[in-house]
Design a binder for this molecule. Structure first.
Ligand code: URA
Length: 246
């Protein structure tokens, strides 16, 4: 497994290689490529849609209003920006903050997948519909999959994908902010559970997560504190919070 330093240097090389990227027409109006930021060996990656005005100027993802909210949400689960890795589906700002086009996503997605392959996170939290569609390989509406985990491979890396609303959707809608906070609490459970599974060598536990059918909304749940997983109501210890899968 590559060290943190090796991963950081590989990300750095990718970033340098992308500096003059002209793979799509977003290159015509950008100030700079907004590659990504954070811990090169992060357990968790957050993936947004694309840079906005401030990100384009500063060269760092999620530094505007939505970024401030993301930092606040991270703090509610004891994480700082430097503990995680933050990137976007497209690395250059779509003019006037319009949605990225399918052709732009197609041109840029190899860069995100290369970041995943390098960082090898255990969890990818997708922020909003574009990241969820690309990373989660689903057309399901974000409202039906948010706050649910899916075990899958992304760029050959086994990960849990965990979609939530985009923070921008919560800036002016308090009810969305409450849902985001609720989902972040579940995300912390998922991270803690995953860490426990890794250290306690509970093979059956991990295998059962992987065996959950890849449906938009599965009935299966992870029983977080007990250390067992299943869709049959079985729990291997004290009953605890249920984390739905999709
Ligand atoms: N919204 C995004 O999706 N990404 C950013 O970097 C900033 C705002």
């Amino acid at each position: 497994m590559p060290s943190r330093e090796e991963r950081a240097s590989s990300l750095n090389a990718q970033q340098v290689a992308l500096r003059d990227c002209t793979a799509c027409s977003l290159s015509l109006k950008r100030t700079q490529v907004v590659f990504g930021v954070g811990d090169a060996a992060a357990e968790i990656m957050f993936v947004g849609e694309g840079p906005g005005f401030h990100e384009d100027k500063q060269g760092e993802p999620f530094v505007g209003q939505a970024g401030k909210l993301l930092s606040e949400l991270l703090a509610t689960i004891g994480l700082r920006r430097e503990d995680v890795y933050i990137a976007n589906v497209v690395k250059c700002r779509p003019p006037d903050n319009r949605d990225p086009l399918a052709s732009e996503i197609e041109a840029c997605s190899p860069n995100l997948l290369e970041q995943v392959r390098t960082i090898r996170p255990r969890v990818i939290c997708t922020l909003g519909r574009f990241a969820t569609r690309l990373i989660g390989e689903t057309d399901a509406p974000i409202s039906s999959v948010r706050g649910r985990a899916k075990s899958m491979e992304v760029a050959g890396v086994p990960v849990m994908v965990f979609p939530v609303f985009h923070p921008a959707a919560a800036l002016y809608t308090p009810s969305n902010r409450a849902l985001l906070e609720e989902d972040l609490r579940k995300l912390k459970l998922l991270l803690d559970r995953d860490r426990k599974a890794l250290t306690s060598q509970e093979d059956e536990y991990v295998a059962e997560v992987a065996a959950v059918p890849d449906e938009h909304v599965a009935k299966a749940e992870i029983t977080v504190a007990s250390g067992t997983v299943g869709d049959d109501g079985r729990s291997g210890g004290e009953r605890a919070e249920q984390l739905p899968l999709w």
